[in-house]
Design a protein around this ligand. Structure first.
Ligand SMILES: [Zn+2]
Length: 77
């Protein structure tokens, strides 16, 4: 179990640098299928950074953004 800690620390660091680049995502659920998002899959829109669960959902959204509703995160999350 101890071996997991450095990996988690590195993962947290890389997420932090991604957030610094693009700004935090406005959503935490994929607008295409409602799954939990991964910040590496994201698109910059006029509403802010929209995140997706996978590259397929990101492509689907980019092809027709009007089809999907982005639900912003609730306060305090
Ligand atoms: Zn998705």
């Amino acid at each position: 179990m101890k071996a997991l800690l450095p990996a988690l620390f590195l993962a947290a660091l890389s997420v932090g640098s991604l957030l610094a680049k693009g700004g935090p995502a406005i959503n935490d659920k994929c607008p295409v299928d409602g799954k939990a998002v991964r910040i590496i899959y994201r698109v910059f829109t006029d509403k802010g950074t929209v995140a997706f669960c996978c590259v397929d959902c990101m492509d689907a959204y980019q092809k027709s953004p009007g089809r999907y509703t982005v639900t912003p995160k609730g306060p305090g999350q």
